[in-house]
Design a protein around this ligand. Sequence first.
Ligand code: S3P
Length: 443
Amino acid sequence: MKSPALTIDSRLMKETSSCVVVRPGRNVAGQLSLPGDKSISHRYAMLGAIAEGTTRLENFSAGADCASTLACLRTLGVKWERDGSKVTIHGAGPRLSAPAAALDCGNSGSTMRMLSGILAGQEFTSELIGDESLSRRPMARVITPLSAMGAKFEAGDGGWPPLKIVGGRLQAINYKMPVASAQVKSAILFAGLFAGGETIVSEPIRTRDHGEQALAAFGAEVKHTGNESRIAGGQNLRAIEAAIPGDISSAAFFLGAAALFPESQLVINDVLLNPTRARLLDILLAMGVGISVTQLEEQHGELRGTVQVSGGHLTGATISGADTAVLIDEIPVLAAIAPYTAKGIEIRDARELRVKESDRIVSLATNLRAMGARVEELDDGLRIPGSQELHGAEIDSFGDHRIAMAFAVAALRAEGTTKIGRADAAVISYPGFFEALKNLVQR
Ligand code: S3P
């Protein structure tokens, strides 16, 4: 009997970490539906908390990050219930309750940054803490604009967490963000709800617009033109009912896996296709992957549909500028498939990768090299030549969910067995990832 393409090794490598073993596959075939988009789940939960009425969400993200958001909301006095992927949030109106304990954001930068925007407008003091990785992520990018609006902050060295926020009455600002970040943009717009006057935020490159779409869904008026978004203070939010589309950034790993084999045929049902998130589809199409989209629908301003993928012969790509900003979460999987393309993939303007859940430029280069690839590490990206043969190796997730999942994909075309240490990091965005991949890989 053949051994399965992927085995989940229950043997613990470390007390809290598991190892996943991946063997090569022949193609990827079948259908899947994904847990709800992480970016949208965070925003709907936070806005549901400060809305009037009961927000009912279906297909809420299964990831630990969105569970961190829900846990913080509970500490802020918000009542909610969860039944699998259904989450019901009883809105507290704009005023939350002073927390009796620190708000633990776990590994989630989105929770810490976007919740800061809401906490800046609350008449109490709160403290936000995170795990080891989050405690080394830059928060000055939210501290600067939210302080200009009138909130007071205390942070650790270098603007790192823990963050103490003394909230209160805010005034509107006109802020030009130095770094393109949708989390920061959302934090400022959320704070804008509590400010006197109209808050204007502009970004150097247009990033995902879920904050704007979610605010509009909850009944706020948001003006959104080009790279600028505006919101007037004092608007009240109304609860919504929504089914959250599948997470396109989780779909990316399956798209990447299918792309590796000319014989692949994969269908991903009801996945988010918001144009500010779906650039990966264009890139894969341009590289020779067969992609078609059907059943397009829109709910609350978010486009969704079914994606059919067939494998091809991958050419290669250069990702830079605005593409890098909108593809930032998909770069790990693009790097993982890069050696198997004909001409390789070059990634530029991606310095932000250094301040994600791990320094992803280092994590990607280290693991690719361990698997025998030639890789050039650049200050702002990676140059990965094509037409390379990789071999299995013992690698590490660096505690980073997207690195764990990207290397399960890379391992499918490598010669021999790959062991991914601390693979349980995948729970941050997609707890069922390895099982789902295993079910689709043919040997
Ligand atoms: C996110 C924005 C991006 C992305 C993150 C989720 C969001 O981060 O990498 O996974 O939901 O707004 P930045 O805002 O730091 O670019």
